[in-house]
Each structure stands twice: as structure tokens, then as C-alpha cells.
Design a protein around this ligand. Structure first.
Ligand SMILES: NC(=O)C1=CN([C@@H]2O[C@H](COP(=O)(O)OP(=O)(O)OC[C@H]3O[C@@H](n4cnc5c(N)ncnc54)[C@H](OP(=O)(O)O)[C@@H]3O)[C@@H](O)[C@H]2O)[C@@H](O)CC1
Ligand SMILES: Nc1ncnc2c1ncn2[C@@H]1O[C@H](COP(=O)(O)OP(=O)(O)O)[C@@H](O)[C@H]1O
Length: 491
């Protein structure tokens, strides 16, 4: 797990550490890491010596980092020029260091540029870019050919704590950040503008709180969490997932959510719904019944996609909500919840509930669009519904009722195609049935689903069927599941 901290947490940790160090130490550490990364990029592009670097320098310490890094590069033979957004307020010592190393302040953009270092704004940014900083960012975006851009700490113009992009912002190829990740690196449209994020350790980690604002799962988490069968497992002890999706009208939703469920760790998949005669020929291992009440015992239910919103569907949803097991609600189940008649059943549930809305479903449930702060939006709905909320998107957010929040790093636009949400819900339900706590089940499902989308995209345009098929190799590689039979050693 990689922790992510908000600006106030970072500032507090930095202050605590700075009190123990000579003034300027942290900026020197930051600038050294930044200069190292710039030199690597220049080397990859053909050479450091005599390459041309433009520093965009704002009025704060972010500009100071850029100036000191520029001074280090100038000493390695790089031609470094600085464009200042606010010359009177540019970091004076940094500027003196740049000049002493042979760098200079530029009156305008030079013609040849190998690398731009964006030091306009860092964690002191508020709102959309304005003034000369905005002009410089617009001019940068218009450069042709586009030079490589390395952002200092964050790409200028993004909402650091939210990942929102309220106006024009710099698009970076690489962001060199200091101390820890911030939300703008991992969530919302800002995450895309960050490019590849590299973390420079400046020593603040021990001063950061144990409880981060946000967490990002990694492959080690997935390997540790994914339920695995053991020698004494049977199909029931591995967990049984019930899938109440699809209908005679929308049988595809049933087939897709079942294919997601069948890729998960549950030992048995049951289906309940009016598509029951259609599902068994496609998925012979599934036990199918017409209604939830006839389906038999399960350890988790998945309900919603393709279910419809008629009386029959509402009745099935009531049966699912009444079950004392974890329940995942998606699509039509969310629509059915919106009219409020089942909100009592939802709030009274003792067993966990997971809601998986996309933005329009979120707006229907919450009465407002998720807005600029997607993490806060997911946390708010989670607290209000006492559920785990998986808010879908390019960087899917998972939040629990206690405020714990995660963001998924594996998403891909290839998943923006009909039915992939059904595959996700089936997989997530199987993880719930397999015994994973609901936040972990949601995080793990989104992670594997994103990777499966990426894998499916390597062989052409992606459909939801391709994503479901790609789940198997993805999960095998994530969980190091043994493939084949271990060789028996001759005695
Ligand atoms: N603290 C530490 O220990 C370390 C910090 N480090 C570095 O410091 C960085 C933070 O520096 P910082 O606090 O000086 O803020 P920073 O982002 O450079 O500038 C803010 C100024 O910009 C302005 N401004 C704001 N919004 C604007 C907008 N939308 N459009 C235009 N202008 C806007 C605003 O001025 P205003 O005009 O509003 O008065 C404000 O004064 C951090 O990201 C990291 O790089 C590293 O060295 C490691 C150690
Ligand atoms: N632009 C995008 N980039 C990355 N992932 C996306 C994008 N658009 C949608 N997704 C993902 O694709 C899935 C779509 O789910 P959903 O909207 O429920 O579709 P459906 O109802 O057709 O199955 C979700 O996992 C979502 O996070």
C-alpha cells in the first residue's frame, strides 16, 4: 500500500522535520532529487552537456526547488534559462545560485528546448492558474514541437488535495514529488497530468501520521489479500456467491456478471433471476434458479445490472437486502434505491453493503454530482448509506463508512465500454463471498479489473467479454497461483 497525504498533513510533517535541521536543508534535498531526474531524462534524450533547459519559476518555494535544480544542471554543462512568473517574488537565493552556476533569466521562450521544468506552483497553489503563471502554462501547451516536461512536486494548475483540474494546467511527462504522494498524483483528472510520478525521499516519512488521507493498493496487497484454496478447502468453505442480475430482457448482464464471479475465488456460483434458463448453457458450473428465494444459501449477493426496475425486480432486491450476508448493489438496484422506499432496509442491514455507482448513478443516489473532490464525494455517500462505495471512473475511488479511502491505479479508458461494470460486480461479489472485508474486496476487484482491461486492450478493441477472459491470466499473475502440477521428485 502506498499512502497519500493532503497538503496540511505534508506541511505539518515538513515543519516538524525542519525544526530539527539547518534552514534550507529540505529544499536542497528536493532540488538534488529533481536535478538527478532531469539529468536522467536529458541523458535518455541524447546527452546532458549542452542540452537546453527552461525553468518555469513561480513566486514560492516550488520555484526555489526549480532554481536550485537548475543551478546543479548548469554546473553539469546544461544551458539553463528561467522564465519568472513574478520576478519580484522569485526565490532570491535560488536565483543567485542559478546565476552563479552560469544560468540566466530569459526575457522570452527560446527557440530550442530539450526540457521544461515546471516550478510555477506546488502545494501552495489555490484555485485555477491566474496571471503570468497562466500565460506561461498556456504558452507551454502551445509549443511545437512539445518538449519533455518535468513538474516539480505537482503539475501547476491542479487541485493538490482533490485531483481536480479547475482550469488550464501543465501536462507533465514526469512529476518529481517530495516526501510522499499527494491526491493530485493519483485521483481525478490531475492524475493523468502528473505523468510518471517519482518520489524523492526528503526525510519526512517518519513525521507523517499513521492514517493517510488516501491509500493506493499495489500488487503486494493483492497477493496478500486474494483468498486461496488450501488442502482442506471445499466449494462451500471457499464461499458461495449469489448473482441476481440480468433478466429475460437483458440476459447479457447476467452472463457478464457471472463471468466476473466465475473468475473470482468463490467455490460455487449461484444465479437467481429470469435469465435462469439461459445462463447454464453458457456457464455449466452455475446453479440457477428463477428467484433469490429459491437460490439456496450464499455468502454474498450481487444484485442489479440488467435486473429491470419493475415490481419483480424490486421484490428480488428486497430479498437480497434481507439476507444476512454482504451484498453488492449496482445499476438497476441503485435506481430502485433512489425512490427511497428501500432506504430503511438499506440502513437497517447489519451485514456489509457495497454500492458501485458511476457518476450518473452517484448523482441519482446523492442528489448531486460527485463534483471536484471525488474522494470526499465517495466518503460522504459511504457515511450516509453506511456502505462501502466504489465510485467508478478512470481512477476508481473506494470509500468506507468510517472514512477510509482508496484509489485504484490500474484503470484504463479501454474499460469505457458496455458491460465491463457487470464483470466488475461479479468479481467483487466473489471476493466478498470468499471472505474478504468489503473495502479490500472492492479495492482488489477494481485493481484486477483494471489490469484485465489493459491486458485485453493489447490484442485489439475491448469488449466486456474480453475483459472477463483477461481476468484469469491477470489474477493468476497477481496472486502467483500455481499453474500446472508441481514435479514429483524421484526418491
Ligand atoms: N515546505 C517544505 O519544507 C518544502 C517545500 N518544498 C517545495 O515548496 C513547495 C511549496 O512552496 P510554497 O509553500 O512557497 O508554495 P508554492 O506552491 O511554491 O507557491 C505558492 C504561491 O503561488 C501563488 N499562487 C497560488 N495559487 C496560484 C494560482 N492558482 N495562480 C497563480 N499563483 C498562485 C501564491 O501567491 P499569491 O499570488 O496568491 O499571493 C503563493 O504564494 C512545494 O510544493 C515544494 O516544491 C520543497 O522544497 C521541500 C521542502
Ligand atoms: N474513461 C474511463 N477510463 C477508465 N475506466 C473507465 C472509464 N469509463 C468507465 N470506466 C470503467 O469501466 C467500468 C464501466 O462500468 P459501468 O459504467 O457500470 O458500465 P456497464 O454498466 O456498461 O457495465 C467501470 O469499472 C469504470 O471504472
Amino acid at each position: 500500500m502506498r499512502p497519500v497525504y493532503r497538503v496540511a498533513q505534508v506541511r505539518a510533517a515538513e515543519s516538524a522535520l525542519m525544526a530539527t535541521l539547518p534552514p534550507g536543508t529540505l529544499m536542497q534535498r528536493a532540488a538534488a532529487g529533481l536535478a538527478r531526474r532531469c539529468a536522467v531524462t536529458l541523458r535518455d534524450q541524447g546527452g546532458v552537456y549542452a542540452s537546453r533547459v527552461v525553468l518555469l519559476v513561480g513566486p514560492g518555494d516550488n520555484g526555489g526547488d526549480a532554481l536550485y535544480a537548475g543551478a546543479k544542471l548548469a554546473r553539469q554543462g546544461v544551458q539553463v534559462g528561467a522564465l519568472l512568473s513574478d520576478p519580484k517574488r522569485a526565490h532570491a537565493e535560488g536565483l543567485a545560485a542559478l546565476r552563479a552556476a552560469g544560468g540566466r533569466v530569459l526575457p522570452d521562450w527560446p527557440r530550442r528546448i530539450d526540457l521544461v521544468v515546471d516550478g510555477l506552483l506546488g502545494i501552495g497553489a489555490t484555485g485555477a492558474l491566474r496571471g503570468t503563471a497562466l500565460t506561461l502554462a498556456e504558452q507551454l501547451a502551445a509549443l511545437d514541437p512539445r518538449p519533455t516536461v518535468i513538474a516539480v512536486d505537482v503539475a501547476s494548475g491542479v487541485g493538490v488535495d482533490t485531483g481536480d483540474v479547475p482550469g488550464t494546467a501543465v501536462r507533465a511527462d514526469v512529476t518529481v514529488t517530495f516526501g510522499c504522494l499527494k491526491p493530485a498524483h493519483v485521483v481525478g483528472p490531475a492524475a493523468v497530468l502528473a505523468g510518471q510520478v517519482e518520489l524523492v525521499d526528503i526525510g519526512i516519512m517518519p513525521h507523517l501520521p499513521a492514517d493517510p488521507a488516501l491509500r493506493v493498493a499495489d500488487t503486494a496487497d493483492l497477493a496478500a489479500w486474494w483468498p486461496q484454496p488450501g488442502p482442506i478447502s471445499d466449494k462451500y468453505t471457499r464461499g458461495v456467491v449469489g448473482v441476481a442480475t440480468g433478466s429475460a430482457e437483458y440476459p447479457g448482464a447476467a452472463l457478464l456478471s457471472l463471468s466476473g464471479a466465475l473468475a473470482g475465488p468463490a467455490g460455487l456460483v449461484r444465479y437467481a433471476g429470469s435469465a435462469h434458463e439461459l445462463v447454464v448453457p453458457a456457464h455449466p458450473s452455475v446453479i440457477a434458479a428463477p428467484r433469490v428465494a429459491d437460490a439456496g444459501r450464499v455468502q454474498a449477493w450481487v444484485c442489479g445490472s440488467g435486473l429491470g426496475t419493475d415490481e419483480r425486480a424490486a421484490g428480488e432486491l428486497r430479498s437480497v437486502l434481507a439476507a444476512p450476508v454482504p451484498v453488492l448493489l449496482d445499476a438497476d438496484a441503485i435506481t430502485l434505491l433512489v425512490d427511497g422506499s428501500m432506504s430503511g432496509e438499506l440502513r437497517r442491514r447489519d451485514a456489509p453493503t457495497v454500492l458501485t455507482p458511476h457518476d450518473r448513478e452517484y448523482a441519482r443516489l446523492a442528489g448531486e454530482h460527485p463534483g471536484a473532490d471525488r474522494v470526499a464525494a465517495a466518503q460522504k455517500l459511504a457515511a450516509w448509506t453506511r456502505s462501502v462505495v466504489l465510485l467508478k471512473g478512470d481512477r476508481t475511488v473506494v470509500a468506507g463508512p468510517s472514512g477510509e479511502a482508496w484509489v485504484n491505479p490500474t484503470g484504463t479508458p479501454a474499460l469505457a465500454t458496455g458491460g465491463t461494470g457487470d464483470v466488475l460486480s461479479g468479481l467483487l461479489g466473489s471476493l466478498l463471498a470468499g471472505g474478504l472485508p468489503p473495502i479490500r474486496a472492492a479495492v482488489a476487484a477494481a485493481y484486477a479489473h483494471g489490469l484485465a482491461g489493459r491486458l485485453a486492450a493489447t490484442t485489439g478493441p475491448v469488449t466486456a467479454v474480453d475483459v472477463a477472459a483477461a481476468l484469469r491470466p491477470t489474477i493468476a499473475s497477481l496472486t502467483h497461483a500455481p499453474i500446472g502440477v508441481a514435479p514429483v521428485r524421484p526418491r
